[in-house]
Design a protein around this ligand. Structure first.
Ligand SMILES: C[S@@+](CC[C@H](N)C(=O)[O-])C[C@H]1O[C@@H](n2cnc3c(N)ncnc32)[C@H](O)[C@@H]1O
Length: 261
């Protein structure tokens, strides 16, 4: 399967409702829900997300600008045949972009280490009639090759990491696990924040510090590493704004789609 001969499905923009009050609640938890050092990655994620899990989508869709281009660039297997694994899938919001056409896939799995976000994904599956017969939510570490409920090695058509790689401490282990799970010819799709040399040292440092306070670690090595590990079929860089932040303050994002050869 190459990106030029994949199936096509209409993609729907997902814009959940929000208000000034819900935004302020999310921002309070983004800024002040600090991690207690020494906890496990799961405890750290839970302490950060547990009080904002129900409002996660309503705020984030206005700052995670690379999600739509990634979904649009995602190579799709033939209808009814493919397996999609969304790693670090959080609330499962990526699934909404396929709406009633999600059953294009034979099986969809959302894997996340954070129980509060995975619970939101479970709720989402229940809200969509029919999804529960082919969508599964797995609470596991992206790096864990032995996680219960993982599909067999070499069986997955498409794996996505949307804004997750920058939050996974051993991101190379997570990518190795994903590559192991992918079929030969299957595709890895990643979108995330990054640092870009065109920004200059000051902006790179500023964004890196701001994101680190939210447990997101911007790494320039992601893109070259992905190009080394997979045959690139889509490689894009863009800049995006944030709600309540002057639009001159834009942070770089990337989308990478690569094939396992
Ligand atoms: C910024 S959120 C992105 C969530 C979702 N993919 C999205 O686009 O909205 C990062 C996600 O990575 C998950 N995560 C972080 N470390 C993880 C790990 N080691 N294994 C699995 N998921 C992890 C977090 O729980 C969180 O859901």
């Amino acid at each position: 399967m190459s990106s030029s001969d994949t199936a096509k499905v209409p993609i729907v923009e997902y814009c959940p409702p929000s208000s000034f009050a819900t935004d302020m609640k999310v921002l309070k938890h983004m800024w002040f829900a600090k991690i207690v050092p020494g906890q496990s990655q799961q405890d750290r994620l839970e302490s950060f997300y547990k009080h904002q899990a129900d409002l996660y989508d309503s705020y984030r869709f206005r700052m995670l600008h690379a999600r739509m281009p990634m979904i649009k660039a995602m190579p799709l297997p033939p209808k009814g045949k493919g397996v999609w694994l969304d790693i670090g899938g959080g609330t499962g919001s990526n699934l909404e972009y396929f709406a009633e056409n999600l059953n294009h896939f034979a099986k969809v799995m959302v894997l996340d280490l954070c129980p509060s976000l995975a619970a939101q994904a479970e709720e989402r599956v229940k809200r969509h009639p029919g999804w529960s017969s082919f969508v599964q939510v797995i609470v596991a570490d992206a790096c864990d090759e032995k996680a219960v409920s993982l599909p067999p090695a070499g069986s997955v058509d498409v794996i996505t990491f949307s804004y997750a790689l920058s939050m996974i401490p051993d991101w190379k282990a997570a990518l190795a696990n994903a590559k192991r799970l992918l079929k030969k010819g299957g595709h890895l799709c990643v979108c995330d924040f990054t640092v870009d040399e065109t920004q200059g040292w000051g902006m790179q440092t500023m964004w890196s510090k701001i994101f680190a306070s939210d447990h997101v670690y911007l790494r320039a090595e992601h893109r070259p590493f992905l190009r080394e590990q997979f045959k690139a079929v889509h490689d894009e860089l863009g800049f995006g704004t944030f709600p309540y932040v002057p639009p001159v303050m834009r942070a770089p994002w990337y989308v990478f789609v690569g094939q396992k050869v």
